[in-house]
Design a binder for this molecule. Structure first.
Ligand SMILES: C[S@@+](CC[C@H](N)C(=O)[O-])C[C@H]1O[C@@H](n2cnc3c(N)ncnc32)[C@H](O)[C@@H]1O
Length: 404
């Protein structure tokens, strides 16, 4: 093939990709099918163009680029570079950033090369950089909360999934106490939570990460008021089990002001309750230390036993089944419901968002589930799936269950 042939073929391929993007962009703008589908389709077409422009082998190198980019972002964030550069897009020189942060200018320049060609920062001149809305996103509470924790504790183990599986002949030998996380952090026999919480300095950053609403959860998904309206006044309205900071309960209380005066309880392990109890009490929420793996649920006959982003941390057996059985033992057959608010993986057409969350959980022994997975898990613990509450385009859903 001559150079001209190659150029022609590439020109044709690029033109085809551009034409497909134009059609996909129009469908996205017109919103002729459910929002997320057109968005995903447009992303696919755009990324196909990038691959065509780069070619197959250079495209394979993009994963190397992403990994060093994460390393650079983490260091720049920790060193204070994100905070030193002024928000709003005004440029700053490397010398100025170096003097503000204490990072050697030579290191800064090398790290900035990983975060400027394709963003999120902008190179504005020789040794000069500026924020963009995409770099400023790392300063928002959600990303500033979860990116450092994911990067310090989870991404390393994700890279060790291969070593772990190879060591076990590619069989699923992953448990919550023996997994890529325990391999990477050299803590065999400990769950991720045990490992993290035994060091008091991890508790605040980890619970800040837990508070990150990266899934943009719509808490009005469930008809809280209808469900709770007829309940006796003395019945606990909601037990938010493993509720951490209690933000879910706060949001429910805001959505349904009519429930003011009813009892709301947030349960979690001791270090987490210690961290949050004052703020919870100030908002009229009762904090309670509770270990769902070791104890039967102490609050009997509550209207709702609510678990948000909890079950995905645990495999079906033994932990998820144990948690359900410990809850079921306290439930009232007619009045109590379990609500599991988690990502629901579609049977087909899972996205990269589903994949990054699920493989991060694989590293610690957890799993994101499909609707069928939830139904069989509930069945194994003497419960029955009543309804799945979802909105088109939302990655999270609420699985409602009652005693059989
Ligand atoms: C991913 S966070 C979810 C927090 C909160 N529900 C939310 O949606 O933001 C998982 C929570 O499970 C709690 N947890 C872990 N092991 C637990 C146990 N054995 N008993 C009770 N809570 C536990 C953690 O402390 C953490 O707060």
């Amino acid at each position: 093939m001559t150079v001209t042939d190659k150029t022609d073929a590439q020109r044709l391929a690029v033109q085809e990709d551009v034409d497909a993007i134009v059609v996909a962009a129009q469908r996205f703008l017109d919103g002729d099918i459910a929002g997320d589908e057109t968005k995903l389709d447009l992303q696919r077409k755009a990324s196909s163009l990038i691959q065509t422009v780069r070619g197959p082998v250079p495209s394979a190198l993009s994963s190397f680029e992403e990994i060093v980019k994460v390393g650079a972002l983490r260091a720049l964030l920790a060193a204070g570079v994100f905070h030193a550069i002024p928000k709003g897009g005004a440029p700053m020189t490397a010398s100025e950033i170096a003097s503000r942060t204490g990072m050697d200018k030579s290191i800064l320049i090398r790290l900035m090369r990983a975060v400027t060609p394709l963003g999120p920062f902008r190179e504005t001149g020789e040794e000069e950089y500026a924020h963009t809305p995409y770099s400023e996103a790392y300063l928002t509470a959600d990303i500033a909360g979860c990116f450092p924790v994911m990067s310090d504790f989870i991404f390393g183990p994700v890279l060790q999934i291969c070593d772990f599986l190879r060591h076990h002949d590619w069989k699923d030998a992953i448990t919550t106490r023996n997994n890529p996380f325990t391999l990477a952090h050299n803590c065999p026999g400990e769950t991720m939570f045990e490992y993290l919480y035994k060091n008091p300095k991890h508790v605040a950053p980890v619970t800040r990460a837990e508070a990150a609403d990266v899934e943009q959860m719509a808490m009005d998904l469930y008809p809280w008021e209808d469900r709770l309206r007829g309940a006796a006044e003395d019945r606990v309205a909601i037990v938010d089990i493993a509720g951490s900071h209690g933000n879910a309960t706060r949001q429910i209380m805001k959505i349904v002001p009519a429930l003011k005066g009813r009892r709301f309880i947030v349960q979690d392990l001791e270090p987490v309750i210690q961290e949050h109890s004052q703020a919870l009490r100030a908002d009229g929420i009762e904090p309670q230390v509770y270990d769902f793996l070791k104890q039967a649920q102490p609050i009997r006959g509550a209207s709702i036993y609510y678990f948000r982003r909890v079950f995905h941390d645990w495999p079906d057996v033994p932990e998820a089944k144990t948690i359900l059985e410990n809850t079921a033992a306290a439930m009232n057959r007619d009045q109590s419901r379990i609500l599991i608010h988690d990502i629901i993986i579609p049977e087909t057409g899972a996205t990269m968002t589903h994949a990054w969350q699920d493989l991060s959980l694989m590293a610690i022994g957890g799993i994101e589930r499909t609707e069928k997975n939830f139904a069989s898990l509930l069945d194994s613990a003497g419960l029955v799936l009543v309804q799945v509450w979802r909105k088109p385009g939302d990655i999270m859903g609420i699985v409602e269950a009652r005693l059989k």
